[in-house]
Design a protein around this ligand. Structure first.
Ligand code: ADP
Ligand code: ADP
Ligand code: ZN
Length: 216
């Protein structure tokens, strides 16, 4: 099964993708994570993307499509992919359809997570992650069980994203509305879209997604 998690920045896509991996043989592909890895590696692509990400704009379609194309062979051994933060434009969605079709596959289900703007800003402002294993946390909604120690790996260093600031968030929300929201109609017309209330607690959202995946 190939699943797309759609929703504005801070909606909880990464959090839910990680939960969906548990007990399933799926591969998570997050273009945000891939781009941050390229920035950290200091590659040419990373330098180009990093400047755009710092402004809260979308990086060019060709660039992210290229990143995804390099990775869509990994799923051969798995039961499918969870796409998180991709596609973000109609051109990306069409490219994804093409890539999957070449492999005799398709997007099976798209979950759109609906969250109010105020909550998005609050989620992004409080977001941090383990520096070692990248487990995601939040200052208010998801603190490590033991203060200062990662639940998953025991790491004691945490990082915040440079683009998780009030100014960039506004640009990212604008980009979502203008360029990504049209995907809701694109996938609804194909009968693949299921909407989930993303305002609920993390565990409640997870069970709502579980139900949406079972729906025919
Ligand atoms: P996205 O991948 O959509 O940008 P994340 O999964 O990184 O979003 O979540 C953004 C922040 O909000 C993180 O700090 C995460 O711990 C927190 N979070 C995720 N889902 C919820 C939720 N349902 N309720 C409260 N906080 C949440
Ligand atoms: P969030 O879900 O919090 O917006 P992501 O980690 O998905 O964060 O993306 C961070 C940034 O990386 C985006 O603001 C954008 O600049 C870039 N990016 C990630 N995925 C894509 C994509 N599919 N298309 C274009 N730009 C992307
Ligand atoms: Zn960790």
């Amino acid at each position: 099964m190939n699943l797309v998690l759609l929703g504005p920045p801070g909606a909880g896509k990464g959090t839910q993708a990680k939960l969906l991996l548990k007990g399933r043989n799926l591969v998570q592909l997050s273009t945000g994570d891939m781009l941050r890895a390229a920035v950290a590696a200091g590659t040419e692509l990373g330098r180009e993307a990093g400047a755009i990400m710092g402004r809260g704009e979308l990086v060019p379609d060709a660039l992210v499509i290229g990143l995804i194309a390099e990775r869509t062979d990994e799923g051969g051994k798995a039961d499918g992919y969870i796409f998180d933060g991709f596609p973000r434009t109609i051109a990306q969605a069409e490219a994804l359809d093409g890539l999957l079709e070449e492999r005799g596959s398709k997007v099976d289900r798209v979950i759109v997570m609906e969250v109010d703007d105020d909550a998005l800003v609050e989620r992004i402002a409080g977001r941090f992650a383990c520096a070692k294993c990248e487990e995601g946390y939040h200052d208010t909604f998801r603190l490590p069980k033991v203060d200062g120690i990662c639940d998953k790996c025991g790491g004691t260093e945490f990082v915040r994203r440079p683009d998780d600031n009030a100014e960039t968030v506004r640009a990212r929300l604008k980009a979502y509305r203008a360029q990504t929201k049209p995907l809701i109609g694109y996938y609804r017309r194909q009968g693949k879209l299921r909407a989930v209330d993303g305002m609920a607690d993390i565990s409640e959202v997870a069970s709502a997604i579980g139900q949406a995946l079972d729906m025919r």
